[in-house]
Design a binder for this molecule. Structure first.
Ligand code: PMV
Length: 325
């Protein structure tokens, strides 16, 4: 007996950052965040619950996972099995259209696709908000990849909520890849260390809700200047909180700062371009379609930029195939 489903989800980049957990065991976010789901960056995940399997198998980009990465996937499978009172083991095969080439995090799109595929495979009917909560239990940012467009995740919330669809505002995000190495510290460990040791963590928690409100208002009102200012501050305060940790967490590389300098000089010449960074060295530059060529051209001339990936607001996560045999 095999119950199988395949789902696709898109990565998202936070415009107002989530950093820190209010409840580590439930994986609830300590601050509100708001993200943009991106069309270019997809994960596809197939889940097959199979009576012939003796244990769960988890494959990512063709490699068999073990230890904690495998366990995080199994925890999602266990929730699904429990809800359906099912004992079958599963094979999970996930591929990212972007991660290996770009060094970008794929947990958000990967866990959103996993939640959709695993529940559909066994016929567990969940609404998008329940799918979001399931994805969030593995990776809080994954809660936001259930929806396309602009998506919010409130502090302490179990599920994200859509703010506006992809057609609300045709922004362009250019991702300047400056380093393809795997990140040195994972986001969960980095968040824990920041909370436990950084004297700036409290300041981050105090500042984040107002930054989120500014980002949200700017997204609703389609005000790129207001969005850009709040987004950059959200990024910089998040990274400042990590710099204060012991040992410190420093994701930017020299070329990261080169891209930030370039964004500032583009702005001085009248081009609306704003930066954001996550738990890694790549810089995402937000601009409008009419300035895209100029921004992309300048980025590609910069020493240290390996490649630039273009993304625009993307759609909801979705199941693309399911069957039982
Ligand atoms: O959900 P996680 O554990 O991958 O954490 C993501 C944290 C950031 O990407 C840095 C910010 C965010 O809101 O996505």
């Amino acid at each position: 007996m095999k119950h199988s489903a395949r789902a696709v989800a898109h990565a998202n980049i936070a415009l107002a950052k989530y950093w820190g957990k209010s409840d580590a065991s439930l994986n609830l976010p300590a601050v509100p965040s708001l993200s943009l789901t991106l069309d270019g960056l997809t994960s596809e995940t197939r889940v097959v619950f199979d009576s012939d399997l003796r244990s769960d198998e988890v494959w990512l980009n063709g490699a068999l996972l073990s230890d904690r990465p495998r366990q995080r996937v199994i925890e999602v499978l266990d929730k699904v099995r429990k809800a359906k009172d099912l004992g079958l083991r599963a094979r999970v095969q996930s591929t990212n259209g972007f991660a290996t080439a770009s060094g970008l995090a794929s947990s958000a799109s990967g866990f959103a696709a996993l939640a959709l595929a695993a529940t559909r495979a066994v016929g567990l009917e969940l609404d998008p908000s329940e799918q979001s909560a399931l994805a969030r239990s593995a990776s809080a940012s994954a809660a936001r990849s259930i929806w396309g467009g602009f998506v919010a995740l409130e502090a302490g919330a179990h599920a994200a909520e859509p703010i506006a669809g992809p057609d609300h505002w045709r922004l362009v995000m250019l991702i300047a890849v400056v380093d393809r190495c795997k990140k040195s510290v994972g986001s969960t460990e980095a968040m824990n260390r920041t909370r436990e040791t950084s004297p700036y963590y409290g300041a981050w928690l105090d500042a984040a809700p107002a930054l989120y409100a500014r980002v949200r208002g700017a997204v609703v009102g389609r005000d790129l200047e207001a969005l850009g200012e709040a987004m950059e501050q959200s990024t910089l305060l998040m990274h400042a909180s990590m710099l204060g940790a012991r040992p410190f967490i420093l994701y930017p590389k020299p070329a990261t700062l080169g891209v930030i300098e370039l964004v500032l000089s583009l702005r001085r010449s009248g081009i609306p371009a704003y930066f954001t960074m996550d738990a890694g060295p790549q810089v995402k530059v937000l601009t409008l379609p009419e300035y895209e060529d100029q921004v992309k051209g300048s980025l590609s001339e910069l020493p240290g930029v390996v490649t630039t990936i273009r993304a625009t607001p993307g759609p909801d996560a979705r199941v693309i195939e399911s069957f039982t045999s």
